[in-house]
Design a protein around this ligand. Sequence first.
Ligand code: EPS
Length: 375
Amino acid sequence: MRLKMKTAGESHGKMISTLIEGLPSGFFVDEEYINNMLKKRQHGYGRGKRMSIENDKVDIISGLTRDNITTGAPVNLLIENFDHKNWKDKPMPVLRAGRPGHGDLYGSVKYDINNMRYVLERASARETASRVAAGAIFKNMLELFGVKIYSFTTSIGNLEFPERFTLSDEEKIFLRESDTASPCIQEQEICRKEVDKAIADKDSLGGSVRLLIEKVPMGIGSYSQYDTRLDSRLSMVLMSIQSVKGVLIGDPKYYQKRGSLSHDEIYYDNGIRHKTNNSGGINAGVSTGETINCKLLVKPVPTLMSPLETIDLDTMEDVDAIKERSDVWICPALSVVAESMAAYCILNEFLEKFGGDNISDTISSFNRYIDRASL
Ligand code: EPS
């Protein structure tokens, strides 16, 4: 059975929720770990004032024993929107002019929703809290197979940091606490300064983040059909994250080099290895056993304090887009969401390949595969 995750809820509704189907039984769900991931997603540098209102905590209402062990039944996760109480008794403000770069206009035309507020309520990246709550469970489960996932900022605005395709232990430790999702203090300082400048200029920023997925064994995914390729499945879930405009797997210079200088030579040393990893750990839709790495390109936040021009749909006349509370830069939050979505994709592949209704069956099958393939 494939794992399925669906989210529901609006940014200022009572709660947001996640429904997960297909988790094997026998797995301990660590609420503290989920809450830590939720906290990390909330408190990046460049976040707006909304984040001082919220205090995201998960409430798990189904699919677990009293000791927090999965039973194989659907798991339902809830997160309260604290801002709901500030909105619920006021009339819904009316929005008829879509912000350039936002989904307001397009959703309102598509669904014939007169008040664009209802569009942005669901299009909002508030929804990513639901994904992260589930992603924490997926990440934890993958650790049973030795898989670890990291994500960090690789650029802010037009400032690109030197490419890293691995992280040292020291960088991993720094990254854990960094409010800019940076692997070192120098890059963190640069990010903070850029955000401060954007705030002073009443502007917003985009950037990029790199994702590393370590210890996925060779043979995950398949070339046999377009929609079973690991790269197509991974890029689909990563592209689905609000503000992501591109996903690039492997070294961004891979396509510029000649074949003789780009493809990863194969050798044997206590297992099948590659001398380089330019392909980013996936070839022909199948994992190579090297670290999977990809880069996500993130557009600047669309809500601006110095607004761009748009039109009012009632009059079709030019107006300035709305100015309102917003985030200025979201790469640190997005890095947590990217880890969650990557965990969703990779765990799904593991459960499909190794099967099992109980997690110990899945682990036995995984171990048999590793032995059979001499990995
Ligand atoms: C968002 C706008 C801001 C963000 C929000 C996403 O919310 P508000 O309009 O209430 O100030 O803070 O992000 C979250 C609430 C969150 O939890 O990430 C948007 O328009 O996408």
